[in-house]
Each structure stands twice: as structure tokens, then as C-alpha cells.
Design a protein around this ligand. Structure first.
Ligand SMILES: [Zn+2]
Length: 308
């Protein structure tokens, strides 16, 4: 049973928006691609976890602090006697292992994912002690990309390779743990100490003028260029979206990027760029937001149920 779903991080969301609307520096662009790829890999693993019986409790993206150290666990699987921790990697291509060091096939050293896993595992063990829960822990690095290969892997490393995931899940499904009071107490306790994502770490700065205006595709994130009656059509991927839905999505993006700016017909008309008629924009805003009248101007406010 999924207790804590996974969302894309604020960081990834922001970089995705900016990547379409401005030129990211090579460093930011590389970082963005890594985040995007990592997230994609996590979603692949989530699909595998969906096949487990409901008695396994799943908590994703745990951000924790133990012993003054902040760490993150991609996927956590909880049963009354054992907790599985997973570090999910979406590596692609050939790598090799030599003296505990990891290299790409071209010889470039990369961070050792097993060290990252061990660190998280020992901090989590310590956390269980602090909270006075006794579960045994098993931790694995899972590689989800079928195009990944690691040469010179010793037999007993805690790694699950792509072609082993199926077998691993089948093994888990053979035992169907009965949840107990202890596990629900633990889940409750753990949920209460989770940290919020600290957004905007080293992210690029941006201004309104700097960003390219237009409506982006909900599927491929490119700019949409064609209107077809009531729909927008993405030339790149063919995705069709109702104009009103696309405008509302663009308002969301505008609010996310510029939380301090007011939502007005003019502002959204300029932001969306593609839609000629201001009347259309105004109608969509009126149908979905609350119109606030001011002496000389008016703006729209998000109804409480949609606010955040
Ligand atoms: Zn598209």
C-alpha cells in the first residue's frame, strides 16, 4: 500500500520550466538532465512496487535528519519485521568496479552508489534506535535501466540489477506480511519527523523579461504552436489539450515562477502569448478564479480550495 507517494521535486519542476523558456548554463543543464533522468528511474521502480501485495507499506522520497546529518531514501518498504531501503539509479551504459571505486567505461571515476547507500542505511539504523523501534534493515542499490552493465561486480554486493528486479519482487510477494500495530505506529512516527524539501538550492536566477513566453506542451514540454478549434496541438509530439486546460496549466506555471505577481487578464494573455483573444483568457480566468475588483484594476485570486 502506498503511504507516501512520490512527487517531482520543486527543483526539478523549476528547472524543467526554465529549460524550455531560457538557455540554461551548461552546468545547470547537466544538473537538470541528471534530475530528470533520476526521477524517470524512480518512476520505473515505482511501477515495479505497484505489483506488490497491499500488505507492504511503501514510503517514497524520505528526507530525514539523524545525528545532524540530512539524508534521503528513494524508496522504503515496510513490514512488521523488516524494512527495505532502496537507492534507485537510472545509470545507462557500461561501468566497472575496481578497488571499491566506480568508473565509467571511459575511465572517469563517479560517486560510489554503495557508499551513499551504506551511509543512509547506518543513519536510518541509528534513527530506529533513537525512536525505539526494532526492525531489521536490508538496503539495496537498484539499477532500473536495462542498458546498464557493471563489470567486475563481486558476488555479495547489495545491488539489484535490472534483470533481477522481477525475481526480487516475486520473492517479496511470496511473503505477504500482516501489518501490526507496531508498523502503523512506526509509519505515524516516521511521517511526523520527515523534513520538507529545501527548495531553490543552487538554482539559476531568472527574470520575467528573460523568459520566453508561450504555452508549453504538458507531455514533451516544448512550445505549442498550433490552435485547432478548442484544442492546442503540439507539433512535436502530437499531444492535444483543451485551450482552457492549457491556459490553467500556464497560470499554475506563472504562479510557481512568479509567486509575487498578480494574475490579471493582461498578464496571462502576455504569458501565454499564443492565444489572440483577451476575451478568451478573461473567460477562462473568470470561470476558475475569483475576480477581485480594485479601484483602477482588477485581478484574479485563487479560490481557497485551489490555493496552496
Ligand atoms: Zn509535445
Amino acid at each position: 500500500m502506498l503511504i507516501k507517494p512520490r512527487y517531482e521535486s520543486v527543483e526539478l519542476k523549476l528547472l524543467r520550466f526554465l529549460n524550455t523558456r531560457m538557455n540554461l548554463s551548461p552546468k545547470d543543464a547537466g544538473y537538470f538532465l541528471n534530475l530528470e533522468k533520476g526521477y524517470e528511474g524512480e518512476l520505473v521502480f515505482d511501477k515495479w512496487l505497484e505489483n506488490l501485495s497491499d500488505n507492504w507499506l511503501i514510503m517514497n522520497d524520505l528526507l530525514l535528519e539523524t545525528n545532524n546529518t540530512i539524508y534521503q531514501i528513494d524508496s522504503t518498504l515496510i513490514s512488521p519485521d523488516i524494512i527495505y531501503l532502496f537507492e534507485v539509479k537510472n545509470f545507462e551504459g557500461d561501468y566497472y568496479l575496481e578497488d571499491d571505486k566506480w568508473y565509467t567505461i571511459s575511465g572517469k571515476e563517479i560517486k560510489n552508489p554503495l557508499l551513499q547507500l551504506k551511509r543512509a542505511e547506518s543513519l536510518f539504523r541509528r534513527l530506529l534506535q533513537d525512536l525505539r523501534f526494532s526492525f531489521s534493515i536490508e538496503a539495496y542499490v537498484v539499477f532500473v535501466n536495462p542498458d546498464f552493465f557493471l563489470y567486475q561486480t563481486p558476488m555479495n554486493v547489495p545491488i539489484i540489477f535490472p534483470n533481477q528486479i522481477d525475481g526480487f519482487m516475486k520473492k517479496l510477494n511470496m511473503r505477504s506480511p500482516r501489518q501490526t500495530n507496531g508498523t502503523s505506529k512506526f509509519v505515524e512516527r516516521l511521517s511526523s519527523i520527515l523534513l520538507e524539501e529545501s527548495p531553490y538550492k543552487n538554482l539559476p536566477g531568472y527574470t520575467y523579461d528573460q523568459l520566453k513566453k508561450g504555452i508549453t506542451c504538458s507531455k514533451c514540454f516544448g512550445f505549442v504552436t498550433r490552435i485547432n478549434e478548442n484544442n492546442l496541438v503540439c507539433k512535436r509530439c502530437g499531444k492535444l489539450e483543451k485551450i482552457s486546460e492549457a491556459v490553467l496549466r500556464s497560470v499554475e506555471e506563472y504562479r510557481f515562477l512568479f509567486p509575487e505577481k498578480k494574475i490579471t487578464t493582461n498578464a496571462i494573455h502576455e504569458w501565454c502569448d499564443l492565444i489572440e483573444s483577451k476575451k478568451t483568457i478573461r473567460r477562462i480566468l473568470k470561470e476558475n478564479f475569483i475576480l477581485m475588483q480594485q479601484a483602477r484594476s482588477s485581478y484574479f485570486q485563487i479560490p481557497p480550495s485551489k490555493g496552496d
